[in-house]
Design a protein around this ligand. Structure first.
Ligand SMILES: O=P(O)(O)OC[C@H]1O[C@H](OP(=O)(O)OP(=O)(O)O)[C@H](O)[C@@H]1O
Ligand SMILES: [Mg+2]
Length: 180
């Protein structure tokens, strides 16, 4: 079915779940004495966030921010739009931003600056994937699941034109799907 559009599986379901466990254990230690505000960046972070929070064994509060800069393209427009803002104030809070991928870095750079301006006490980033070759601004995550090569990847939350978010693994799309 939708798997027929995938050229190659980069990260299997088992590898994803193993990494989520490992990151959950690390974050449990990091936030043991705190009550962080975990902010999921919609829509891409949803599957990762859903799995990760179940592996964090300390008190956490959840919120969501919906920002978008890709539309239906495979290259960032560079303009980050807030589609849905937080319900909670970040002032004085220990913020943990949960992302699916850092590519150009523009989305997270925008969010980090916004949360600094709103006076968060601390801001950390956990991202499932990092694509260092895509970077346009200087930005590093505190916790990274996997580095990915310079290819447009989909699955486990990541989309191409809003499709493929529901694949249970991370794959590379066949070229003919997005170049015509
Ligand atoms: O580092 P960057 O170049 O900014 O790219 C990363 C961002 O782009 C994607 O979101 P997108 O804007 O496509 O929204 P989505 O999560 O709803 O797909 C992805 O989920 C990250 O949030
Ligand atoms: Mg997208």
């Amino acid at each position: 079915m939708i798997a027929q559009d995938i050229e190659q599986v980069l990260i299997s379901e088992e590898e994803l779940q193993e990494k989520v466990l490992e990151l959950g254990a690390t974050l449990t230690e990091e936030y043991r004495e705190k009550f962080p505000l975990a902010i999921g960046v919609l829509k891409g972070a949803l599957p990762f966030m859903s799995d990760l929070i179940k592996r964090i064994d300390t008190y956490i509060e959840l919120d969501f921010m919906d920002v978008s800069s890709y539309g239906n393209a495979t290259v960032s427009s560079g303009e980050v739009k807030i589609v849905k803002d937080l319900n909670t104030s970040v002032e004085g809070r220990d913020v943990l931003i949960i992302e699916d991928i850092i590519d150009s870095g523009k989305t997270l750079n925008y969010l980090v600056e916004l949360f600094k301006y709103r006076k968060a006490n601390s801001i950390k980033i956990v991202t499932l994937l990092d694509k260092p070759t895509g970077r346009k601004v200087d930005l590093k995550a505190d916790y990274v699941g996997f580095d990915v090569p310079d290819a447009f990847v989909v699955g486990y939350g990541l989309d191409y034109a809003e499709k493929y978010r529901n694949l249970p693994y991370i794959g590379v799309l066949k070229k003919e799907i997005y170049s015509f």
